[in-house]
Structures are given as structure tokens and as C-alpha cells.
Design a binder for this molecule. Sequence first.
Ligand SMILES: Nc1ncnc2c1ncn2[C@@H]1O[C@H](COP(=O)(O)OP(=O)(O)O)[C@@H](O)[C@H]1O
Ligand SMILES: CC(=O)OP(=O)(O)O
Ligand SMILES: [Mg+2]
Length: 409
Amino acid sequence: MATHPATNSTPAGPLRSGNRILTINGGSSSIKFALYDPGESLQKTLAGAIERIGLADSSLHVNKPGQPNEKHPLPAGDPATAITGLIDWLDRAGELGKVAAIGYRVVHGGPAHTEPQTVTPELLADLRQAIPLAPNHLPIEIRLIETAAARLPGVPQVVCFDTTFHNHLPTVARTLPIPRRYAAAGVHRYGFHGLSYAYLLEELEKLAGPEAARGRVIFAHLGNGASLAAVRDAQCVDTTMGFTPDGGLVMGTRTGDLDPGVLIYLVRTEKLSPDQLEDLVTKQSGLLGVSETSPDMRDLLARRDNDPRAAEAVALFCYQIRKWIGAFAAALGGVDTLVFAGGIGEHAAEVRAGACDGLGFFGVALDPTANAANAPVISAGDGVTVRVIPTDEELMIARTVLRIVGGNS
Ligand SMILES: Nc1ncnc2c1ncn2[C@@H]1O[C@H](COP(=O)(O)OP(=O)(O)O)[C@@H](O)[C@H]1O
Ligand SMILES: CC(=O)OP(=O)(O)O
Ligand SMILES: [Mg+2]
């Protein structure tokens, strides 16, 4: 196959202090980014996000360590416009010329790509083939890679997959109960949010020691997309998301697990096309569908005293997390540590309290004051240690880039 220079990224030698690694974490409504100096301690020099992509009031938020946060209007009708705007802004800010490598979070690499690697035309072709496995994420992620590569030709690019953390799921957790021939074609549980889980596991070891990190741990990554992972002896033994990031726990706009009979019913009675069905279960459902107002937990918590639909959406989210904690406690044979992370997990005390409510029978009890303060440890008593750990997918991407593209000078 002919190579396209803009997307044929090969390592360009060791990264040096003063160079920058640009990390890009693209989602359906936001793009998070960061710049790292690849010197000794891999220091973050700048971070930010483009939010509300596709809406009239999209904006660029920038945070430089030790300086007040900046917010700039940035027209971003679609992700390609957003990334172009970001690159233009980095150029004006004098940062673009320092970018010596780019790392991307890519949600799904399909069956063929589960380990981080440099970007090649062949990889991009395979990612295009894998779009039906993550239709809400992959088209955007591919556009981001292509657009950035065209603006920064010759700069090495590395992709890091969300699925890598779950590569060794036990067969019993990996298997979906459909005819075996589909499993052979790659239809099985993959699991996602793996960069976040890998970071949280490392942080847990730093905070609580190797024994805790090798114990029975349940991680709850609760953001717009949300999942839980059960980890024992530092290996993932099960996770809520499945073949696509649409499964498992109810999410902002995604159903999570749903009786397949509902899908058959909708196709039969409403004559929905595959695209319409996808839009229904991935964009109109979840917290948005139940509340009829918003997919955003902040909005729902603010409304729930006056709007029973918002209250029901919050209650459903908490109830499902509690059920998954119970299920994963069974899978692990008990729980030593429970970790909350992600925008909701890190900031919404009410959700953590709701999720843990009634779990005292197996040793989960929260300290209400610590929980309200989003403290690092929010449990009471000597049962399960419940922690809040801010996640950092960007740092995991930067570390991977450094490993693949070249060491420190
Ligand atoms: N202070 C807060 N209280 C409650 N929810 C919050 C708070 N801050 C952020 N969130 C929620 O976190 C979610 C976004 O999480 P995030 O991890 O940033 O999402 P993603 O990376 O999946 O786009 C939204 O539902 C938002 O309302
Ligand atoms: C996998 C997934 O759902 O990612 P996000 O939470 O970023 O949408
Ligand atoms: Mg996220």
C-alpha cells in the first residue's frame, strides 16, 4: 500500500528536555490535551481542553502550572476544526515548534491492535475498519490523528489503546454468550478506560503500597463514559464495558447493558435502521434519556430536588454502580479497596454516597465529612478502604510515547 507522508510516523530519535510531547485525548464532546517536557520527571508544562465541540459556545480552556486558568472562545463545529484551532493556538503561544512527538488515546483498535504503537497508514486503515466497534469514538480519533499529522508532518505519532489494560481478561469474563464463530472473529469483551485504570493502579501502589495494589481492587471510572474494573494481583479480572464502550453501566447518553429483546422490539415496532438504533442507544439514552433534560451529572444533581426525572436518573446511576460493586466483589472473592475516579467519581460526593449506600454488609462504610470534601480516603472504620484518586490518562499517554519514541536525554 502507498504510504502517505503525513501519516507515516516513524520514531525520530530520542526526545530531549525542551522538546514537548503533545497528548490528545479526544471524546465525543471534548478534546483534552497536555504538553510534557520529556526530561527526567516528565513534567506537564501545559494542559487544557476544548469543550462543547459542535455547540455554538465551544471554548478552549488552558491551565499552566502556577498560573490562573485561561478560557478562550474557539469555534469548533466538529473535532477536525477543534484540533486545527488547538494547533493554531499552540502556534501563536509559541509551543508548536517544540512538539517533538504526539500521543493519542484511541478507544478501540479492534482485534488486531491492542498494544500501543506508532501511527502508520496500515494502522489507520485498520482503525477505519474497526469504526463499527466504537462508532462514537473512532471517527473522531482518526480525524484528530490525520489533522494533526498534516499540520506536523514528520513528528512521530503514537496511539495508546483503552483496551490494552484488559488484554488478559479470563476467558469466563471475555466470552460473550453467542455462537463461538463470532468470538473467533473478534466479538468478545474488550473493556475500555484502560489508560485510566493503569494510572489508578500505579497511583494506588504509590499511595498505599504494593500489597494494596496487588489486593482485591474495584475501580470505578465515572465520567461521561463510565465503567468499573475488578482487579486482583494487578490483573484485570472483569470489567463492565464489553465489545463496545456502550455496554455495562448506564452512562451520560449511552444505555449500558440492555436486554437484547428491547433492541429487537424497537427494530420491529419502530422499524429503526441500524443508524437510528445506534443514535438511540448511544446518544439519546442513559442519564439524558431518563432525565429528559441533560446527560451531565452536575445539571442532574442541581435539578433533582425539583425534577423527579433528574432524581430518578441519579438514583439509577448510583443503583447500577452498587450492583456492579456487588458483582465484582463476588468475582474477586471480597474487596480490599474501592477507588472512585473520573469527573463524577472525583467530584460528586452524592453519587459516591448513593453508590455505597447499603454496602455496609460487606464492609463498605463512608465517612460523610471526608466524602463531602472529596478526600483521598473517604471510608470509615477498618473495612474496605474507599479512595478518591484523580485520574490522569494524559500522563499515561506521555509515558508511553517516551517509551516508544525514545528515552530522555
Ligand atoms: N463537581 C462536579 N459534581 C458533579 N459532577 C461533576 C462535577 N464535575 C464534573 N462532573 C461530571 O463529570 C462528568 C464528565 O466527566 P469526565 O471524566 O470529564 O468525562 P469524559 O472524560 O468522559 O468526557 C459530567 O457528567 C460532569 O457533570
Ligand atoms: C471508553 C469511553 O467511554 O470513553 P469516554 O469516557 O472518554 O467517552
Ligand atoms: Mg474520559
